[in-house]
Design a protein around this ligand. Structure first.
Ligand code: ADP
Length: 469
């Protein structure tokens, strides 16, 4: 087992990895940018090293600086968390050439599965259904027009190197396809230094269902069942849950086995997620692999009782998986709300600043993963997620009730957060029925600006329970 691990990340996921190292009795080294200098979680590591300025390019994305810190601290392994360098195959390769284990999949699998248009090809080879679309990258406007005519509108233009919904455009007709192509290519070039785009049929009102995978270096791959992440805004997840509601068992089983087939075909190991869209007829289509631990991994931890970050570390150290597929049972229902420093009433605009009041929920069935403490300053430089609020209960209905209670207790002042929209979602009858799809939020809170309660949140039910100071 490793003696010392460096965490090449920040915020909530850095703290999550620090905790896993503590549980495994492994020393842990944190890194920080100047913007995170005073972050309280840094004190929970054995050592913390400054790696550069606030701008991520000079710190959390800077490979030479991170490798230098790892060498100075003399670590055996690096955990990349999610975002930043976590899906950068070059970084994984540099780590391994420096004799530092990269806690993640092998570089070859990252290259094959991380690039979306390549992953689609591999999925087809592994007999995993993909969304109808172009075979590879789009090479000309004429080709795009011809393909779109064949598929029928609407179509979706997607960046091959994409992530975070960037470089994605829906086209409803030839004209919007032409303008969308240029816009998507430019956006992808800017975000990923790679303007490659491809086309997919736009699936109407799909659900997003993904499968948690775990593999070791000895050829064993298992799935830890599915998560439904249909509640999104601008193609970005807000709520995740497992099991997926109203999904027939046979479909659930088929999706999970398809994901395992794809992982095996790609020579994958460590933790990863295979994402699918499920249409109204329960047909499913592969969309992409996330070759890393995901934000929503605790949902799966709650229903399977398996600590995914600890398992990531164990398999990276060469240990075989400690369970077979048939050993992985799920119990109950788990849900997660992403609490972001954003104003839902203003189109989810980021809302950085000092958190003047932070009254966290708790009690039976509640798990709060966060690096935030009262007085914490949310820097404007990074992702806006400040906490993950999770609940775990025997049934979905009880999980919803528990989440309502937790959201009602949660008070954050000084910044705007997504708490008010979560309260709306968890009180919505369609959500309670599990009748959701990826367009639910935008359809339900159309013109959200005027309809949503303000993001500056007070306790939801002040009349019933006056928690306010
Ligand atoms: P990214 O990596 O940028 O997050 P994904 O491929 O994971 O992009 O897709 C993100 C979300 O975009 C999906 O969960 C879904 O809501 C939407 N989406 C992606 N592909 C399609 C499609 N072909 N049809 C309809 N919606 C799609």
């Amino acid at each position: 087992m490793f003696r010392r691990i460096l965490v090449a990340n920040r915020g909530e996921i850095a703290l999550r990895v620090i905790r896993a190292c503590r549980d495994l009795d492994i020393e842990v080294v944190a890194v920080f940018s100047e913007a995170d200098r005073d972050a309280p979680y840094l004190k929970l590591a054995d050592q913390a090293i400054c790696i550069g300025p606030a701008a991520a390019a000079g710190s959390y994305l800077n490979i030479p600086r991170i490798i230098s810190a790892a060498e100075v601290a003399n670590v055996d392994a690096i955990h990349p968390g999610f975002g930043f360098l976590s899906e950068n195959a070059h970084f994984a390769e540099v780590c391994r050439t420096c004799n530092i284990e990269f806690i993640g999949p092998p570089e070859e699998a990252m290259r094959r599965l991380g690039y979306k248009s390549e992953a689609r090809k591999l999925a087809l080879e592994a007999k995993v259904p993909v969304v109808p679309g172009s075979e590879g990258l789009i090479t000309s406007e004429e080709e795009a027009v011809r393909l779109a005519r064949g598929m029928g509108y609407p179509v979706l233009i997607k960046a091959a190197a994409g992530g975070g919904g960037k470089g994605m455009r829906v086209a409803h007709d030839e004209e919007s396809l032409k303008t969308g192509l240029v816009a998507a290519q430019q956006e992808a070039e800017k975000a990923f230094k790679d303007g490659g785009v491809y086309l997919e049929k736009y699936i109407e009102r799909p659900r997003h269902v993904e499968v948690q995978l775990l593999g070791d270096k000895h050829g064993n791959v298992v799935h830890l069942w599915e998560r439904d992440c249909s509640l999104q805004r601008r193609h970005q997840k807000l709520v995740e849950e497992s099991p997926a509601p109203n999904l027939p068992d046979s479909v659930r089983e088929d999706i999970c086995l398809s994901a395992v087939r794809l992982a095996r075909a790609g020579g994958y190991y460590n933790a990863g997620t295979c994402e699918f869209l499920v249409d109204q007829q329960h047909r499913f289509y592969f969309i992409e692999v996330n070759a890393r631990i995901q934000v929503e991994h605790p949902v799966t931890e709650l229903i399977t009782g398996i600590d995914l970050v600890r398992e990531q570390i164990r398999v990276a150290a060469g240990e075989p998986l400690r369970f077979r597929q048939e050993d992985i049972q799920t119990n109950g229902a788990a849900m997660e709300c992403r609490i972001n420093a954003e104003d839902p009433a203003a189109g989810f605009r980021p809302s950085p600043g000092v958190i003047t009041r932070w009254q966290a929920p708790g009690g039976p069935g509640v798990r709060l993963d966060t690096h935030v403490v009262p007085g914490y300053m949310v820097p404007p430089n990074y992702d806006s997620m400040v906490a993950k609020l999770l609940v775990y209960q025997p049934t979905r209905a009880e999980a919803i009730a528990c989440m309502r209670r937790a959201l009602a207790e949660f008070v954050v002042e000084g910044i705007k957060t997504t708490i008010p929209i979560h309260r709306e979602i968890f009180n919505h009858p369609s959500f309670a029925e599990g009748a959701v799809d990826t367009t639910f939020i935008e359809r339900t809170w159309h013109n959200a600006a005027s309809q949503l309660p303000s993001g500056g949140n007070q306790p939801a039910e002040r009349k019933k329970a006056d928690f306010a100071a």
